[in-house]
Write a protein that binds this ligand. Structure first.
Ligand SMILES: C[S@@+](CC[C@H](N)C(=O)[O-])C[C@H]1O[C@@H](n2cnc3c(N)ncnc32)[C@H](O)[C@@H]1O
Length: 251
């Protein structure tokens, strides 16, 4: 069950509760006189679905989603929300956040204090090949391309809208973005590889880093440490989100 994408588990819970509600409405007249108001049934649907979140192995924060989902659908029916808009919103969200479904990595961005901290790795080096794995809107790639000592600044991104945006952005500001999966990159080309992803891909990514990166190069992960691997350095930044950079010198 834990291996299934969380969205499927959440929908399975909703369907299970819906089935339970249907049976309950069928047998309830034995004890309580109908009719039963729709709003009450919808609230119960949300409540029961929220209660089943942890027994089914979903993180606690799914409770709110599970509770609000039936309420949202009911509200949409009440205001006769055109389903075409639901489709349009879904497609827009997918174009930006499609990597949530695979590597469980959404789009959030490195801030400028972190970029300044990254500079400290670049400054003492020369002829750097820099790579941002999952480059989002391309700000890190363009920033690095403008630094002295950086020969190539590359990013790879597969979410369609961020890719198109960053391609254009880097065309004007410097650096190069490739529509490539992080798992298909060849890390041996790079001296500094930066990743700001999520806990999910880190163990597998570390195997790739160890396999491909050359001695003397650096792998830097923003916020997400590689489990069970001691970083060479940990930098705690003093920015608003208290960013932690995990630095792994490859030897
Ligand atoms: C948290 S964002 C970081 C964006 C950027 N690196 C930054 O620091 O501002 C992670 C990015 O990685 C992308 N991503 C996730 N999995 C990917 C994959 N397998 N291949 C390419 N890009 C991926 C996501 O689409 C997202 O834009």
């Amino acid at each position: 069950m834990a291996k299934l994408p969380k969205i499927f588990i959440a929908l399975a819970i909703q369907l299970l509760v819906l089935l339970f509600m249907a049976v309950s409405v069928y047998v309830a007249p034995i004890v309580v006189e109908p009719p039963y108001p729709y709003w009450l049934l919808v609230i119960l649907q949300g409540l029961f679905s929220a209660l089943l979140v942890t027994p089914f192995g979903l993180p606690k924060w799914w409770r709110l989603i599970q509770f609000l989902l039936p309420l949202g659908l009911y509200g949409a029916i009440l205001v006769q929300f055109n389903p075409i808009w639901v489709l349009v919103i879904f497609i827009a969200v997918w174009l930006v956040f499609s990597n949530v479904f695979g590597d469980r990595v959404p789009l959030y961005l490195t801030n400028s204090s972190t970029r300044q901290a990254l500079l400290k790795f670049i400054k003492p080096r020369q002829s750097i090949h820099f790579l941002d794995l999952g480059s989002g809107l391309g700000s890190n790639v363009a920033f690095m391309a403008q630094q002295k000592g950086v020969l190539n600044s590359h990013g790879v991104e597969t979410a369609p809208l961020p890719y198109l945006f960053s391609k254009l952005y880097c065309f004007f500001r410097g650096g190069e973005i490739f529509a490539m999966d992080i798992w298909k990159t060849q890390l041996s080309y790079y001296d500094v590889v930066y990743a700001f992803l999520s806990p999910q891909p880190m163990p597998e990514l570390w195997l790739k880093v160890k396999d491909e990166m050359r001695p003397g190069t650096v792998f830097i992960s923003n916020s997400f440490a590689v489990p069970d691997i001691e970083p060479s350095e940990v930098w705690q930044l003093n920015d608003a989100r208290q960013t932690t950079l995990y630095i792994y010198n490859i030897d």
